[in-house]
Ligand binder design. Structure first.
Ligand SMILES: NC(=O)c1ccc[n+]([C@@H]2O[C@H](COP(=O)([O-])OP(=O)(O)OC[C@H]3O[C@@H](n4cnc5c(N)ncnc54)[C@H](OP(=O)(O)O)[C@@H]3O)[C@@H](O)[C@H]2O)c1
Length: 270
């Protein structure tokens, strides 16, 4: 994902009505991302829960409206984003009346397309997408599955869509999103080690954030991206990177990441 590589192509004379069911952390981020983007002619309707978030968003953005009920949201929306927790979703969705003109965008990880289709029948189009909180700054990869052109166009305002055509592959990719906490934990550990050698905390944190950002950016600029080649290129024979790479692998860090990913992937429906 290289910033601004995706052309934003939504240009409409008619209003596009977006609805959100479940206004928690990710819905809040997507709505904030959209309302601070260049998208135009969009009205956004929110389910009443979570009250604090939906009131805050509707007071902040003039095109965001908190509705009386989930059904009110559906009745006024063309595209409906489902932002509910997996365990709650079925009970909530089966009590609602979807229509054939609805496009449903599910952000829910553990419900397959086919099962979702029965819950939101007779909705005409169903897709799955994985936006993450950085969509607030319009810089975030967004894997999408079965997305319509309009959904892709909308999501391209808050990130960079990445089509995935196989649902099991989508689940493997979704598993990677569980590395956010371990990733920041790793950066924190490295910062703590640096500070233990007397370096000021903000100097350490700034350097670590910028170092990893620059390494990721260098990989993004490759075509094709081959991480193994980048690792070998950085490892001067007999040098410090080569030795550190060996030590960390021998200590089992890579195996721990694989084992954790295997365990999370098992939660997804086969
Ligand atoms: N957070 C992320 O970065 C992220 C990224 C991609 C996908 N997702 C997925 O997106 C979904 C939501 O995640 P989240 O982190 O935003 O969770 P969350 O903060 O817990 O949001 C879920 C929301 O659903 C609301 N809700 C509960 N019952 C409802 C009902 N009957 N009608 C309408 N809304 C109801 C809750 O309101 P109350 O607070 O009033 O109960 C809550 O605001 C999950 O499936 C998650 O796995 C999350």
């Amino acid at each position: 994902m290289v910033p601004d590589q995706t052309k934003k192509t939504l240009s409409m004379s008619e209003i596009l009505n977006l609805g959100f069911i479940g206004i928690g952390k990710i819905a809040g981020a997507v709505i904030e991302g959209l309302c601070t983007s260049e998208i135009e002619n969009v009205e956004i309707r929110l389910s009443p829960r979570n009250e604090k978030n939906s009131v805050r968003l509707s007071e902040r953005f003039p095109n965001v409206h908190r509705m009386e009920s989930n059904q009110d949201v559906l009745d006024r929306s063309d595209i409906v984003f489902l932002c509910l927790r997996p365990a709650q979703a079925e009970g909530i969705l089966t009590g609602l009346s979807f229509q054939p003109n609805h496009t449903v965008v599910s952000l829910i990880p553990l419900i397959r397309h086919s099962r979702l289709a029965t819950m939101v029948a007779p909705a005409g189009s169903i897709c799955r997408a994985i936006p993450l909180p950085p969509v607030t700054s319009h810089h975030c990869p967004i894997p999408v599955f079965h997305a319509t052109e309009t959904v892709v166009n909308v999501l391209n305002f808050i990130g960079q869509t990445l089509p995935v055509s196989n649902e099991d592959h989508l689940h493997a990719i979704w598993t990677l999103t569980c590395l956010i906490t371990p990733y920041y934990d790793l950066l924190n550990e490295l910062s703590s080690w640096t500070q233990s050698h007397g370096v000021d905390s903000q100097l350490a944190n700034r350097y670590i954030a910028d170092l990893f950002e620059s390494l990721a950016h260098a990989a993004q600029m490759e075509d094709p991206v081959v991480f193994r080649d980048l690792a070998v290129h950085a490892a001067t024979p007999g040098g410090m990177n080569e030795r550190t790479g060996q030590l960390i692998r021998e200590l089992g860090s890579h195996a721990a990441y694989r084992q954790a990913a295997d365990e999370i992937l098992k939660r997804f429906p086969g």
